[in-house]
Design a protein around this ligand. Structure first.
Ligand SMILES: N[C@@H](CCC(=O)N[C@@H](CS)C(=O)NCC(=O)O)C(=O)O
Length: 226
């Protein structure tokens, strides 16, 4: 058994960040696939507060929360750095990673889970945030500059999961004419072999998120009837 273990689910975009980072750095690890509808006692033991994946276990000690895990990986395995050397550039990369989770992910989920007014509001908010990311990509191939870095990995779900959400909802948030740089990045990012080789099957994701959307809409209907 490798000294590094990753608890993940097949579809989690947060867990994919860790897969990509470990692969980019060439760190060998074992994978434990969790069924999130019946979590293992080990997962609950390693992540008793959030009870979520991903969890990284290194030499028997657990690290949770994907952005914290990314930092841990960067500090522990120095090869192929994901963060630049300059402190301001490092802070900037961390900022965009966090911005994605705080300001892009929630409205994008609102678009997936809603219809009507709430969905419209989600679209407006998501696009407001996406404009900042478009701006940040000016003059760069990746958020990390010439190569994939910390913020690219953190925002990778925009290239993959968000693309699937667009198919499920029929709503294109990242249109080529509105977000040309982000659209280009969405094509370039998964071209990197490490990213491409670790990309969950699109059809399976579409089915999963179709079900999540339907469930959310039924739930809303039930709440409205109460
Ligand atoms: N903020 C967490 C989010 C992780 C997360 O939401 N994981 C989901 C899978 S995508 C999960 O484990 N869900 C199980 C649950 O909520 O019970 C991170 O960045 O690691």
């Amino acid at each position: 058994m490798a000294e590094v273990k990753l608890f993940r689910s097949w579809s989690s975009s947060f867990a994919l960040r860790i897969v990509w980072a470990l692969k980019l750095k060439g760190v060998p690890y074992d994978t434990i696939f969790e069924d999130l509808s019946s979590k293992s006692s080990l997962l609950l033991q390693y992540n008793p507060i959030h009870k979520k994946v991903p969890v990284l276990v290194h030499n028997g000690k657990s690290i949770v929360e994907s952005l914290v895990i990314l930092e841990y990986i960067e500090e522990t395995w120095k090869q192929n750095p994901l963060l630049p050397e300059d402190p301001h550039d490092r802070a900037t990369a961390r900022f965009w990673a966090q911005f994605g989770d705080d300001k892009v992910f929630p409205p994008v989920l609102d678009v997936l889970r809603n219809e009507g007014k709430e969905q419209e509001e989600g679209i407006v908010k998501a696009k407001e945030s996406l404009k900042y990311l478009e701006e940040e990509l000016k003059g760069k191939k990746f958020f990390g500059g010439e190569k994939i870095g910390f913020a690219d990995i953190a925002l990778g779900w925009l290239a993959h999961h968000e693309n699937v959400f667009e198919e499920v909802t029929g709503i294109t948030l990242i249109a080529e004419d509105e977000f040309p740089l982000l659209s280009e990045w969405r094509k370039t990012f998964p071209d990197a072999p490490v990213i491409k080789e670790n990309w969950p099957p699109r059809d399976k994701l579409v089915t999963k998120f179709q079900a999540i959307r339907e469930q959310a809409l039924v739930q809303k209907l039930k709440m409205a009837e109460k």
